[in-house]
Design a protein around this ligand. Structure first.
Ligand code: BMA
Length: 378
């Protein structure tokens, strides 16, 4: 009995330390699967991110950070973030686009094997990996931005249809890849996965006017079920709408507390007259929804994608992004990629770029965590 009682107290203590303050509400920290608190890689990462939140800090992330940069590709150890700050980002995001077709390289030409290896290296240095996914349109074989083919999601979630069979296989391939990320001891490495992102916009076949609320939710449920059925226990699930103007809009297609661990937001900054004010207002409406819903539900909030392409405002990191993130506390902020083959398409400065000094100051700010800092939060 004593043994059982101590297990119960560990479980309860674990639950409270994960939720932080809203005891009992954190369904994601306990729900549908068979997690014993903090016993799975998923729960370990949730707990770790809770410590980041409780410390009042946030982790900085960059997409495809070590795969390529502004003027290079596939050079072992290189990172534009490191070349400016001396450190790797705390978070590296990778995209699974084309994993569904079983290709050797993903949609931006990065070999899946390299992603697998770089994710392990990031884990070894104490950093964290997140995954997005731009799958092809299963109805038309076009890319994620091909919104033709009708309500593709509705068909894909309807049992007995050919699209349902296809998408189940595709999700299974994503699950197999993520589940295969194991450390030297054979333990799965925890990662954040944010499928079906930016669904409040209509640019992807799974978003906005291209589908309906019920079908979108079912797509999430199906995704989660396939991962769970395969026993994939290393995924922290992030919901990441694009900009919204209200909590109602943010929550409209929310799949449910038992499916989501992180309340995310993807909001970009664009150029032009009034662009910074516009960005601030969009970030405020979207992050306030994410943060308030995270608090109400005992979950974590994150700024899952943002950035200003080419960083045309040199002090953007310190003067635009930082004040917003301080106002709406999130556990991480991740910016998009530094493409090697599209000269204007970069979101972190490289050595010599006018935004370099601001980015260094951002790095030196006591609230930001890069790889060395986050490795100390275990
Ligand atoms: C977009 C751009 C594209 C890229 C796509 C998927 O935002 O960066 O060049 O192919 O994401 O990663």
């Amino acid at each position: 009995m004593k043994y059982i009682a101590s297990i119960i107290s560990v479980v309860l203590f674990g639950a409270f330390s994960i939720t932080g303050c809203s005891g009992g509400k954190n369904k994601a920290a306990s729900a549908t699967d068979n997690d014993t608190i903090a016993a799975t890689p998923r729960m370990q990462l949730i707990e770790r991110l809770g410590k980041v939140r409780d410390a009042g800090k946030f982790a900085f992330g960059h997409h495809d950070d070590t795969a390529y940069g502004h003027t290079w590709r596939g050079e072992e150890g290189r990172s534009d973030v490191k070349e400016v700050t001396g450190d790797y980002p705390a978070i590296m995001n990778w995209d699974l686009g084309l994993v569904e077709w079983g290709t050797e390289k993903q949609l931006d030409g990065v070999p899946f094997e390299l992603i697998h290896n770089e994710a392990l290296k990031q884990n070894e240095r104490g950093g964290i990996n997140t995954f997005s996914w731009h799958p092809r349109n299963p109805a038309t074989k076009g890319d994620s931005w091909d919104t033709t083919g009708g309500n593709v999601v509705k068909e894909a979630v309807t049992e007995g249809t050919a699209l349902n069979d296809t998408v189940k296989v595709w999700i299974g391939r994503a699950a197999d890849f993520i589940g295969s990320i194991k450390d030297a001891d054979g333990n799965r490495v925890p990662v954040i996965f944010r499928p079906w992102h930016e669904h409040t916009g209509s640019w992807f076949w799974w978003g906005g006017d291209n589908t309906d609320t019920e079908s979108y939710k079912k797509l999430w449920h199906m995704t989660r079920r396939i991962f769970d059925d395969k026993g994939i226990d290393n995924v922290v699930w992030a919901y990441s709408p694009d900009k919204v103007s209200s909590v109602e809009q943010y929550m409209e297609r929310y799949p449910g507390d038992e499916y989501v661990d992180i309340m995310g937001a993807d909001v970009y900054c664009f150029e032009g007259d009034g662009a910074l004010d516009e960005y601030a207002s969009r970030v405020k409406s979207t992050l306030s929804a994410a943060v308030s819903q995270a608090e109400a539900r005992g979950k974590l909030a994150a700024f899952t994608e943002t950035g200003l392409e080419s960083i045309t405002v040199p002090a953007w990191y310190t003067d635009v992004l930082m004040p917003l993130v301080k106002e709406f506390p999130v556990v991480y902020v991740s910016v998009w990629r530094n493409a090697d083959n599209i000269p204007r398409h970069f979101y972190v400065p490289y050595p010599g770029h006018p935004a370099e000094e601001s980015f260094k100051a951002f790095y030196n700010d006591s609230t930001t965590l890069f790889a060395k800092d986050i490795s100390k939060i275990k």
